[in-house]
Design a protein around this ligand. Sequence first.
Ligand SMILES: [Zn+2]
Ligand SMILES: [Zn+2]
Length: 269
Amino acid sequence: MLKTNWHTHTNRCGHAVGTDEEYVIAAIQAGVKTLGFSDHAAYHTPRPRSRMDFELKDDYFSSIRSLKEKYRDQITLYLGMECEYFESEWETLSRYRKDLDYIILGQHDLWLDGPDVYHPFTSDQVFEYVNLIEKACNRNFCDYVAHPDVFMWGYPGVDDTVRQAASRLADISVKYNIPMELNCGSGVKYGMREFQDGMRYAYPVRIFFEEFAKKNCPVIVGLDIHDPKLFTTDEYVDRALSVCEGLDINFLWDFDLVSAAKERKQQFR
Ligand SMILES: [Zn+2]
Ligand SMILES: [Zn+2]
């Protein structure tokens, strides 16, 4: 099991199970030394089963902070969030940026309750998705890009649009020195399925990691965990790693994301 994981959910998002403390205990038992919580950001518009309600965020903050104290001798805990870059929510997002230890960018939708990655994007929407990631990085809003290839969940297959998106994401990673994630969540959990380019996991998708390898982008493995029991298995990590077999990836193992976040926060705008 990984010693460090920055991508951890809680039951507040409505599609994760277990208590906060169960995640912490399971992580300790699995040998995790640094655990960052990054539940789906709360916005003023609720969306049950997809993100936490705005009223729950204070409980989330205080629960993780108190567990941090309680288990300080056994594990180092940090409080983050998985946010989208939504200009309409900028006031809320700016607060999170300032108050939290770190932010990971998981751009699931093009705008609040707009088109999402679970339905096929058009080419233009793929490029808009990449533009949003670039804007977030340019403003130093986030500390790593979660599942940069997540739109492949709904997209029919690897084509020229995807190749261009992969190349642009690699350029963004280099330009802003921002880590890209190899995600071990739903994309591998639900197994391989048939796409226009053949049988594979929905994400991670190899073409992205070929680009990341070619341009020496920093890559962080993220569990994207929604169930404490999954700390006990390496199955999903192994599946994700199998996607980039043979590639010379610049993996950042045990990267101190919070120190990097402190520096980025000073440039946040
Ligand atoms: Zn989730
Ligand atoms: Zn996530």
